[in-house]
Structures are given as structure tokens and as C-alpha cells.
Write a protein that binds this ligand. Structure first.
Ligand code: DPP
Ligand code: ZN
Length: 850
């Protein structure tokens, strides 16, 4: 498999101006006819090389004349022939097999429906084409299928024709007036329930909104519809961006590799991010549905109207669109809690990706399989980079920069550099150094030293930055890092934004009577690690007095991780009772229950691995358990009274009620550590009328091996066996079970009639959840946890390489653990590496890791 490099980018020799597609749908022999008008971009161009994979070529016509086999070359991934004229028409007929397409790229079947996924390079599994995002064409799509089985035939744009055909077939023709790259092409055919609504844009355009879901699920689509309308309004209010077609369609399918896909006018969604009602979806699910609906909608401007020149620029659309969806969520909910959730993902997952064998800048320079670069780095760190621009420019200038970006580039395929330059030009600031964030991988460590001169009242901060070498880059340079701080003192807290631009820098602040307490990195103003030792008493001051809620929360997290560090290093360590006093003050503040729940949520296993690596994972799990039990005992009375006060509050779907449930279930997660409170779990499970509470009860039971766990799980299974998304939760709960018979259980689960590796959600719900959430057994001494994961990856390699490649993350980051475990993990990777027909996806990661 060959790597591709950003430095080798060349514009295409040819343009495809229009493409007319005709699909005659059939489970195993779908016929695709493509008629393209092609023109040369340079007079030297003569041979066109079209991408194509897994296609059966039926015929090629050049200006209406069939080419014979000597006039073209076809191999496993391309079709090439001469283009003699400056402008010509090429017709290509191919045949594909959607039913056996388990990779879920290109055209495939999900349940009874046909659907497509073309990003990044799936269109080449539909027909031969210049499958690259800078080739933008006008698409017309005619879909033909059986009328009873597939009453809805959908594609991008506006419906321009429809009618009946022979053999009980019908057709619909769609025309997308906007030029687009083929990764935004979509087709869906099936029988659905349809939820319809409409939206009037600020300028008065009426847009039809349609959400297609499996039969019987219509009532579960209302939240998605409301979320869509909120997103449309928000983007108009915040960025002046309106929708541009007369119709916006969303289709929910059960078999989908990703979360969702922003195809022009026809989003295809993993049903997990559409369907929600209180019985089947948790508050977190509701939040995520809204966020993903918004994300895909926002792509219409940041991604579709202005798209990427090449796939190395993926963060151009993803980093920016994640930033936009995060801002939207922050506006719709508690901004602090939303920010905390973003930061946890960075610290628990992105930092380790950035330090691991697949480390890459947000704009990668080398790619073997593009699907491997839909990463936390490109998405989440990419969003943090946009957020830093927002912080440096301020809200108004950021908006002006975005306006200029659209003014310059609407309808084009552009680069990350183009984006930053537009920002710099609009704000009239220098962002040359800032651009290094796009080319440098790794997480900078910012070291903080402070001093105070009692005589002069001058407070000094000294910052230095260091980025360690990563697998992909040995040499690192200083970055432009915006650092928001608070200087907390009795005379009033000051906020400042420091711009760290070199290896070392100092700042002085005067006029203090006593040393202020430093709140560092307010709102997580940059994606960095901080090296700064603060006393427990300073942390306690920040926890109660910082203006920025993120800082308050973060100080508490530091207190927890300092404590865990002590427990790990000193087996006789006695956790100080003062910890309980500090925490108790937080329980009294009842202004934001969701925030309190976050404050009491310990840093998770993965965040701590990142801080303490290389580490013996079992010691870490033990330390976490010990701290949690200490808090449960120390605050038992308070937690119990909070729990009881909230236990019987009726379910409502509003911020207060969601926050109350978060706080209640946080309390339960501590109380369950004390056997005398096990009955609370059972009671909550039996009396709950919503999935949030039922699931919280089961989660608490799985992690504490509460006696009634199996009985509750059996009743849960019986109730939900026909509800796919809920059964995913059931499998995940089983995977998190902390009993020593977990491996027999896992074996039985993989043989369960409802388990299948062909459905990505289901595969992830068992295998991913085990590797991610059951650290005690995934990392167990025998190596069985690693073996289980490797076995499943071996099977998935042939079925769905993308899903296999995601799941291998837990093994390739072996450097995070002790040597004994590193060896166990490596030997599993070596087993996978010798698979016959190893996919490109896995090969790229294994080559990096071994
Ligand atoms: N472009 C999709 C998204 O992130 C992923 N395929 O929305
Ligand atoms: Zn996206």
C-alpha cells in the first residue's frame, strides 16, 4: 500500500463539469450508468485515470462510441483511457453488489434500505470517477427501483422528475444545483416513516424538513427535528448563515460506520444520533442527537459550500464544524458543563493519540488510508485550534474573518492556510506563527513558575513550553499559545490573556498586597498539558473563588489526580480528611446541579493514564476505586440526602431536570460502593420511567457486581430485545461487568443471537465498550483481555476494516503501560499483522505501532 503526501498535491488535469447518474437498484446486481462531461485543464493532458474499486466494468463510451478493451486499461483500483478532445462526454456502465458490501462504504444495504457512504473515498466503489474533493461537478441522479419495497427514492438536491416504469418499478430524478465533490453524493432507497416540518429562514425562504426513520419510529424523531430547527436558527443568528436549498432531508439507518454524513441536502445518519424518546434514550443521548444534527447541518456552509482541496485539509471543515457545534451546544445548555465534556475528550483520548504511534498534526502530511484520519486530532484538536483563533481575535473579529472566508471561497475547494489567512486579513493580525499548530503534532507542555515580591507587591509568572518528539516528527518548535489566567485575591480577581510565543516568557503584575492565587488556563484556552504544582489549599481557593467555572472544576480534578498519584506511589498513604471538607463545600452550592455532578466525577482511567504513563493499569484502577470509596464513606450522609431529595422528582426534559438526574446518579454511583445501599439501585431500576435513570442504576450495578445485576439485565433484555439502540446499551453494560467470570460472559455474548460484527454499533457496543470501560479485565494479568480484542479485530478485518481499525486503538497505545503489558499487547498486534488479506486500514496502524 502506498502512502500519499501533502507535499505531492497537484491540481487535476481534468474537470468533470456534470455527471448524470442512473441507478437500477438490485440487491446483488445494481447497474450504475454515469454520463460525464469532461474537459481538460491543461492542453498537455491526455490520459485520464479514474478511481474505481470493487466494480464490475460493463462498458465505456467516449463521445457515444464504445471503447473496445484495447482502448482502456482497468485494474483493481483504476480505469484509464485517452481523452483526445478538450471537451468530451464519457459514459461508463458498472455493476455493483450492495448486499455483500459489509464495509459499508459506497452503496450498501442497511436493513431493507439501500444507502450510501462516500466520504472519504467511497464514491469509487459506485462508479469510476476522479474521486478527489477538488473535482466539483453538477450532479443529476435518477434512481430506479421496485415500487413496493422502495417507495422512497432519494438523492441530493431537488426532485425534478418521477414516474412509473414496467415490472412494478418506479423512478425519481434529483438535481443538485450546487457544484460538489463526489464525497457529498448520497442515495437512499427504502420504506420509511416520514416526519415532516418546515422552517422559514430569516430572508423568508421556506425550507421543507424531512426525517426518514424505520417504520414505527416516527415519534422518536421529534427531538431530532427540534434540534434541526434550533441549529438553523442558531447559525443564522450567530454567523448569518442560511440554508440554501428548498428541502433538507435526514435519513436514519442502523448500519453505519460513522456518526452521520453531511451529504448535500440529504444527510445520512447513524440512527443512534436521530432516534430519542425518554424510555429509550438517556439525557446524554439527547444531547448527542442535538449536537450531531447541528454538526451535519453546519457542514452545509463549512464543508459543502466551501470544501477541502484535498483530504490532508480535512480539519478545514471538521475542526471548524466541531467548534461550531460545541459553541451551539454551549449556548443551548450549561456552557461550563459543555466545555468540561469537550476537555475530558481531549485529555482522555486526544492527548494519548497525539503521543502514540499514529500521532499526526491536525493537517496530516502522510496518509495511507484516509479513513484512519477521521481522528480526535483532526476533529477535537482541530476544534481547539479554531477556538484559540476565536480567543485571540475575539468574537466580532472572528465573525468578520469567517465572513471574509465565505466571501473569498464560496463554491471552492480550499486549504487550511486559506482559512487562517482570511482570519488574519480580517482581523489585521499576524498569524504566521499560529499556523504552526497545523503542521506540528504532539501536545505542548506548559511549565508554570511564579514568584511574589512582598516589598514591591509585584507578582511574576514565568512560562516555558516544550513539545516532546513524536513518532512522526523528531523536532518541535515553539507555538503561539493563548493562555487565559485569573489572579485571585481578596481585592478582586483579575483576568488576563497571555500570548506565549517563544520557549520562555515572563509577565509581571503589580499592586498586590499579598500573593494572588493563580488560576491557570481558564476555559482550557489552549490544548496543552500544564506542569504546575499547586498546594491543596490553593486548589481549594480556586475551587470556590475562580470566576471561570471551568477553572473551579479543573482545580478539583487536580486535587483528585494529586491524591491518586499519592495512593499509587505510597501504599501506606492515608488520604487526608481535609479532602472531604473541601468536597463537602461543593455539595452545598445548589445553583448548577449538572456542574456539581461533573465536579464529583473523578478523572477517568484514560485521563490518568495520560498523566502517569507508563503505568501498571491495575494499580491505577485500584487507586481510583480506593479514592472513590473514601469519598463515598466520607460524604455518605450528604450524598444520601441529595439522592433522596432527588429520587422521586418527576421526569422532565429541561435543563433543571437533566441536571438533577446527573446529580442524583452521581450520588448513586458513590452510594453503591457501600453494600448497605445496594437496594437503592434495584429500587431505582424498578421504578424509573426513563432510560437515564434505568441505565444509571444498571451501570452502578455492573461496576459493583451488585447481586441483582443479572436479574435486572434479564428483565431489561426481555423488555428491549426488539429495540436495536437499547440492546446496544445492554451489550455495553454486559461488557463493563466487573466480575471475574467476564471472559465466559464475553464468549456467550459474542454467540448471542442478537450479536453481529456486521453492525458497527453492535460491534462497538460490546468490543469497544469492553476495551474502553472495563480496564480491570481488559488489562488483566493473563492477557485474556487483549486476546479477546485481537480475536474480534481479526474477524472484523475481513468484514469491516474501518471498524476494525478504530478498535485497534486500545492495543496500539501500548507504550502507556508497564513493560509486562506492553509485551502482551505487542504479541497480539503481531498476531493481527500476519493475517492474510490484512486491510490497508489495519496495516497502516500496525506498521506505525510495531
Ligand atoms: N464528515 C462526517 C462528519 O464528521 C464524517 N464522515 O460529519
Ligand atoms: Zn463533520
Amino acid at each position: 500500500f502506498n502512502a500519499r503526501y501533502l507535499k505531492d498535491y497537484l491540481p487535476s488535469d481534468f474537470s468533470i463539469n456534470t455527471i448524470d447518474l442512473t441507478f437500477e437498484l438490485d440487491d446483488n446486481k445494481t447497474k450504475v450508468t454515469s454520463v460525464m462531461s469532461i474537459s481538460k485543464n491543461t492542453s498537455e493532458a491526455n490520459k485520464i485515470i479514474l478511481n474505481g474499486e470493487q466494480l464490475k466494468l460493463i462498458a465505456v463510451y467516449y463521445n457515444d462510441t464504445a471503447l473496445n478493451a484495447s482502448e482502456y486499461q482497468v485494474d483493481d483500483d483504476s480505469l484509464s483511457f485517452l481523452i483526445k478532445d478538450n471537451e468530451c462526454t464519457v459514459k461508463i456502465v458498472t455493476e455493483i453488489d450492495p448486499e455483500n458490501n459489509t464495509s459499508l462504504e459506497g452503496l450498501f444495504k442497511s436493513g431493507g434500505a439501500f444507502c450510501t457512504q462516500c466520504e472519504a473515498e467511497g464514491f469509487r466503489r459506485i462508479t469510476y470517477y476522479l474521486d478527489r474533493p477538488d473535482v466539483m461537478a453538477k450532479f443529476t441522479t435518477k434512481v430506479i427501483a421496485d415500487k413496493n419495497l422502495y417507495p422512497y427514492l432519494l438523492s441530493n438536491g431537488n426532485k425534478i422528475d418521477s414516474g412509473d416504469l414496467n415490472n412494478n418499478r418506479h423512478f425519481v430524478t434529483w438535481e443538485d444545483p450546487f457544484l460538489k465533490p463526489c464525497y457529498l453524493f448520497a442515495l437512499v432507497a427504502g420504506d420509511f416513516d416520514l416526519l415532516q416540518d418546515s422552517y422559514k429562514t430569516t430572508s423568508g425562504r421556506d425550507v421543507r424538513l424531512e426525517i426518514f426513520v424505520d417504520k414505527g419510529n416516527k415519534t422518536k424523531a421529534h427531538h431530532a427535528m427540534a434540534s434541526l430547527k434550533h441549529s438553523m436558527r442558531w447559525d443564522e443568528d450567530t454567523f448569518g448563515l442560511e440554508y440554501d436549498l428548498d428541502i433538507y432531508m435526514i435519513v436514519a439507518v442502523d448500519f453505519f460506520n460513522m456518526g452521520a454524513m453531511e451529504n448535500k441536502g440529504l444527510n445520512v445518519f447513524n440512527s443512534k444520533f436521530v432516534l430519542a424518546d425518554k424510555e429509550t434514550a438517556t439525557d446524554t443521548d439527547y444531547f448527542n442527537v442535538e449536537a450531531v444534527i447541528a454538526h451535519e447541518y453546519f457542514h452545509n456552509w463549512t464543508g459543502n459550500r466551501v470544501t477541502c482541496r484535498d483530504w490532508f485539509q480535512l480539519s478545514l471543515k471538521e475542526g471548524l464544524t466541531v467548534f461550531r457545534d460545541q459553541q451551539f451546544s454551549a449556548d443551548m445548555h450549561s456552557a461550563a458543563v459543555t466545555r468540561i465534556k469537550n476537555v475530558r475528550v481531549m485529555r482522555a483520548q486526544q492527548f494519548s493519540e497525539d503521543a502514540g504511534p499514529m500521532s499526526h498534526p491536525i493537517r496530516p502530511e502522510k496518509v495511507v488510508e484516509m479513513n484512519n484520519f477521521y481522528t480526535l486530532t483532526v476533529y477535537e484538536k482541530g476544534s481547539e485550534v479554531i477556538r484559540m483563533l476565536h480567543t485571540l481575535l475575539g468574537k466580532d473579529k472572528f465573525r468578520q474573518g469567517l465572513d471574509l472566508y465565505f466571501q473569498r471561497f464560496d463554491g471552492q475547494a480550499v486549504t487550511c492556510d486559506d482559512f487562517v489567512t482570511a482570519m488574519a486579513d480580517a482581523a489585521k493580525i499576524d498569524l504566521i506563527l499560529f499556523k504552526r499548530w497545523y503542521s506540528q503534532s504532539g501536545t505542548p507542555i506548559v511549565k508554570v513558575e511564579e514568584s511574589f515580591n512582598t516589598n514591591s507587591g509585584e507578582y511574576q509568572i514565568n512560562l516555558s513550553q516544550l513539545t516532546l518528539p513524536t513518532k512522526d516528527q523528531a523536532t518541535k518548535y515553539a507555538l503561539h499559545i493563548p493562555i487565559a489566567i485569573e489572579l485571585i485575591n481578596n481585592e478582586g480577581t483579575q483576568s488576563h490573556l497571555l500570548e506565549l510565543k517563544s520557549d520562555n516568557q515572563q509577565w509581571r503584575f503589580s499592586g498586590f498586597h499579598e500573593k494572588p492565587t493563580l488560576g491557570f488556563l481558564a476555559n482550557f484556552s489552549a490544548p496543552v498539558k500544564v506542569d504546575f504544582e499547586q498546594s491543596n489549599s490553593d486548589l481549594a481557593i480556586i475551587m470556590t473563588s475562580a470566576k471561570d467555572k471551568f477553572l473551579r472544576w479543573d482545580a478539583g480534578q487536580k486535587l483528585f489526580s494529586n491524591t491518586i498519584s499519592q495512593i499509587i506511589t505510597d501504599t501506606n498513604y492515608q488520604i487526608p480528611a481535609e479532602l472531604i471538607d473541601i468536597l463537602a463545600t461543593q455539595l452545598c452550592d445548589n445553583s448548577d446541579p449538572a456542574l456539581i455532578a461533573e465536579q464529583f466525577t473523578l478523572p477517568n482511567f484514560h485521563e490518568l493514564v495520560e498523566q502517569f504513563k507508563p503505568i501498571n493499569p491495575i494499580k491505577l484502577v485500584d487507586a481510583l476505586d480506593k479514592l472513590k470509596l473514601f469519598i463515598a464513606k466520607g460524604l455518605e450522609k450528604q450524598l444520601l440526602s441529595i439522592y433522596q431529595a432527588l429520587a422521586d422528582k418527576p421526569y422532565l426534559n429541561n435543563a433543571q431536570s437533566i441536571g438533577d438526574r446527573a446529580l442524583k446518579n452521581m450520588s448513586l454511583s458513590y452510594l453503591v460502593l457501600l453494600p448497605e445501599h445496594h437496594d437503592l439501585v434495584k429500587r431505582q431500576y424498578l421504578t424509573s420511567d426513563n432510560m437515564t435513570d434505568a441505565l444509571a442504576a444498571l451501570q452502578s450495578s455492573a461496576t459493583q457486581t451488585v447481586e441483582s445485576f443479572d436479574a435486572m439485565m434479564a428483565s431489561f433484555e426481555q423488555r428491549w430485545e426488539n429495540t436495536t439502540l437499547v440492546m446496544d446499551k445492554w451489550f455495553s453494560l454486559q461488557a463493563a461487568y466487573k466480575g471475574s467470570n467476564i471472559f465466559e460472559r464475553l464468549k456467550n455474548l459474542t454467540e448471542h443471537s442478537l450479536f453481529s460484527l456486521k453492525n458497527p454499533n453492535r460491534a462497538r457496543s460490546l468490543i469497544g465498550a469492553f476495551a474502553q470501560n472495563n480496564s480491570r479485565y481488559f488489562h488483566c494479568e493473563t492477557g485474556r483481555g487483549y486476546q479477546f480484542l485481537a480475536d474480534q479485530i481479526c474477524s472484523l478485518n475481513a468484514i469491516n476494516p474501518q471498524v476494525a481499525s478504530r478498535l485497534i486503538t486500545a492495543l496500539i497505545q501500548y507504550q502507556d503501560f508497564d513493560e509486562y503489558r506492553q509485551n502482551l499487547m505487542k504479541s497480539q498486534l503481531e498476531r493481527i499483522a500476519i493475517l492474510p488479506n490484512l486491510s490497508k486500514d489495519l496495516k497502516e496502524k500496525l506498521d506505525a505501532a510495531l
